[in-house]
Every structure is written in structure tokens, then in C-alpha cells.
Design a protein around this ligand. Structure first.
Ligand code: PAP
Length: 364
């Protein structure tokens, strides 16, 4: 991975999001240089086509800012981004897509995958200039729906150095074939006990919706209409894909990563085609990656304590609502017990079991 080029690009993305944010991220705002005009026109027309009338015709959950698109609930401002990805994502050999439902460990996985891939240029221990010490993981690995929704998808993706690392919350059936069926593209999926996912999502959402009742989110999750819901379908899509093509889809669980982070990083590095060498094993580099990306280490960094990222919702929320610190709350398994009665837990577990029945996968 050409990390220097990557860093220059990431700071360019930041500038563009700042500019786009100032203009309220309107669908027709596409910022960039004149020589990108052709590609941006294509991005802009894809966005315009699916903005407005088409999006407003989709089923809505106004409490959660969601629209139902192709059987799943997505943030309204991201629908045009997803359509643009489906129409215009240009794959490249070696692409790696980090996929997840929201609040299931994306930030952690981004950090681990980035540190693993970049370890040649930036050793995870003893490099005071390591990008992860200076930037939030979300600024090191771009989020596809958000980029494409801002009209920056093709431009930024084309400029990323290979092998490209990118992330998505799209469910498997919504991915374009250029990712899902591409033998040259790998997918790393992470999921988490939906009860903890829900609690994490509630705390996160309350930063922009302080009035959001936990019960509203809970009911939506049980009915399959929370963000990325039905969650059982989200999980099943990637579970089945990983069973069918284990060399292309790696299926991870947040709780397993907490239990054995080094083992999971070793597996991740093998899957990504960057196994740790005997010398690296001897030197404990996998453990260095785990330490660099640990919850406490990242949470305590200046950039993550005080830095302000751009809002993943674009113009529909207050600027700065999702500051970097909002991605680091407790980083544990089992916090659901502080928010749900045993009866609520049984209900959500039962909905998940029902949805996953016969798949061979279970959260319990
Ligand atoms: P996103 O969907 O907005 O990207 P995501 O990173 O998937 O969020 O989830 C955030 C959760 O991961 C938070 O969980 P909590 O609310 O239950 O605490 C966050 O604390 C946790 N998290 C972030 N970084 C790490 C890390 N390095 N190790 C473990 N957990 C982490």
C-alpha cells in the first residue's frame, strides 16, 4: 500500500467534505478539479436521477431517517450513493471491502485492516508518524455510500492507491456484481450480537436525536426495520457468501475478536494475502497491530478525543454531531444487559433465531 499517496488523498477528501458540508451536501454539488469534469458529470447525473422524486417514492421510516431500498433500510441521504455505486463502481484487482451492519466494529476493523496492510511503510510499533496516530480510522478507510452520495465516489476511488481498502454498510444482495461476484475483490465482514449493536446505535443516534427512545429502535430492530435491517438478512447474506467462497469473503464476529484479537489479526492478514512472516511472528507484529488498534489506545489519542469528523449523514444533521470521540464508547460485549429487560432480550434473540433458522449461524 502506498501510504504517502493514501495520506495525501485522505486529506484531500477531508477538504472536499468540508467544502461540500459548507454547501449543505446538496445532491447537485460535486466539487473537484476541472479535469475531472467528465467523471463528475456522470456521478452527478446518476445522483440527480435518483435524488428527489425516486427517493421520496420509497417506503419511509421518518423517525429514523430511513428509506427501504431493495428490501433493506438505509439512511435516506445514502440512497443515491448506493444507486451510484450499483451503476458506476469500477472494480480494481485486489480491492478489499470491509462490510458490516452499523455499530458492529467497523471502526476497529478499519484500523486493524489498515494497520495490517500498511505495516511495511508504517510499522505498528515505534512509528510516531503512523497514520492511525494522527487520523481517525474512518479517515483512513473511506466509506463508500457516503462518498458516492456526495458525488465524490469515482474521483476518490480512482485516486486510491492499490490495494484499495474501502467500507460499506450495504447488505450483500445490494452490492454491485462488480464487488459481490468479482474473483479479484475480497470482502471482510464483521457482525456483533444485535443486542449490543442496538445499544451502541441508540447511544450514537442520540447525539443527533436526543429524544430518540430506546424502545423505538428496539421495536424497529425486532420488525426488521432498523438501519441495515432486517439484521438477520444482512448477516445471512455475508454468512452464505463466506460459506460459498471462503477465499473471497471472511466472516468475523466482534465478540470473537475481543476474545482473541491476535488470532483474528493473523487470520485477517492471511486472508488479505499479507501473512505475517516468520520474522514478524518472532517479533510479535500481530500483537503490535492489536495494541495500536486497541479501544483504549485509539480512544485516548488526541485526534480521537478532540477531532471532529464530517457527519456521515451529510446535510441532515448538525455539523460536527459525530465527532471522532463518538466512535469510541465502551468497546465491550454485553452492555445490552444495562438497557434491556430479559424479556426484551428474549424477543430480539427469538427474532434473530427465526431469521437465521437453517443457516448454520447463530448469535447464541
Ligand atoms: P460505525 O458503524 O458508526 O462505523 P462501529 O465502529 O461499527 O460504528 O461501532 C462502534 C462500536 O465499536 C462502539 O461500541 P459501543 O457503543 O458498544 O462501545 C465502539 O465503542 C466500538 N469500538 C470502536 N473502536 C473499537 C476498538 N478499537 N475496539 C473495540 N471496540 C471498538
Amino acid at each position: 500500500m502506498n501510504v504517502q499517496k493514501h495520506e495525501v488523498l485522505i486529506s484531500a477528501i477531508h477538504d472536499k467534505f468540508k467544502k461540500a458540508g459548507r454547501r449543505r451536501m446538496k445532491m447537485d454539488v460535486v466539487v473537484g478539479d476541472e479535469d475531472d469534469a467528465g467523471q463528475q458529470d456522470a456521478d452527478a447525473s446518476a445522483l440527480e436521477e435518483c435524488a428527489g422524486a425516486a427517493v421520496s417514492a420509497l417506503p419511509i421510516n421518518p423517525k429514523l431517517f430511513l428509506r427501504r431500498y431493495q428490501g433493506t433500510w438505509v439512511l435516506e441521504p445514502w440512497v443515491p450513493g448506493i444507486v451510484a455505486i450499483q451503476r458506476g463502481f469500477a472494480p480494481r484487482r485486489g480491492d478489499v471491502v470491509l462490510a458490516s451492519p452499523p455499530k458492529c466494529g467497523t471502526t476497529w476493523l478499519k484500523a486493524l485492516a489498515f494497520a495490517t496492510m500498511a505495516r511495511g511503510a508504517h510499522p505498528p510499533a515505534g512509528d510516531p508518524r503512523h497514520p492511525l496516530l494522527r487520523a481517525n480510522p474512518h479517515d483512513c478507510v473511506p466509506f463508500m455510500e457516503r462518498l458516492f452520495a456526495a458525488g465524490l465516489g469515482s474521483k476518490v476511488m480512482d485516486a486510491l492507491p492499490s490495494p484499495r481498502l474501502m467500507a460499506t454498510h450495504m447488505r450483500h444482495s445490494v452490492l454491485p456484481a462488480s464487488i459481490a461476484d468479482n474473483p479479484d475483490c475480497k470482502i471482510v465482514y464483521i457482525c456483533r450480537d444485535p443486542k449490543d449493536m442496538l445499544v451502541s446505535m441508540w447511544h450514537f443516534s442520540r447525539r443527533i436525536r436526543p429524544d430518540l427512545a430506546f424502545s423505538d429502535l428496539f421495536e424497529a430492530a425486532c420488525e426488521g426495520s432498523c438501519l441495515s435491517g432486517p439484521i438477520w438478512d444482512h448477516v445471512l447474506g455475508y454468512w452464505n457468501a463466506s460459506k460459498a467462497s471462503p477465499e473471497r469473503v471472511l466472516f468475523l464476529r466482534y465478540e470473537e475478536m475481543l476474545r482473541d484479537p491476535v488470532g483474528n489479526v493473523v487470520e485477517l492478514s492471511r486472508f488479505l494475502g499479507r501473512p505475517f512472516s516468520p520474522a514478524e511472528e518472532e517479533a510479535g507484529v500481530a500483537m503490535d497491530v492489536v495494541r495500536l488498534c486497541s479501544f483504549q489506545k485509539l480512544k485516548d489519542l488526541e485526534v480521537n478525543r478532540t477531532g471532529s469528523g464530517s457527519s456521515p449523514l451529510g446535510g441532515v444533521v448538525r455539523e460536527g454531531a459525530f465527532v471522532n470521540s463518538s466512535y469510541f464508547r465502551r468497546g465491550e460485549a454485553g452492555d445490552w444487559a444495562n438497557h434491556m429487560t430479559p424479556e426484551m432480550a428474549r424477543r430480539l434473540d427469538a427474532a434473530m433465531e427465526e431469521g437465521l433458522r437453517g443457516s448454520g449461524f447463530s448469535f447464541s
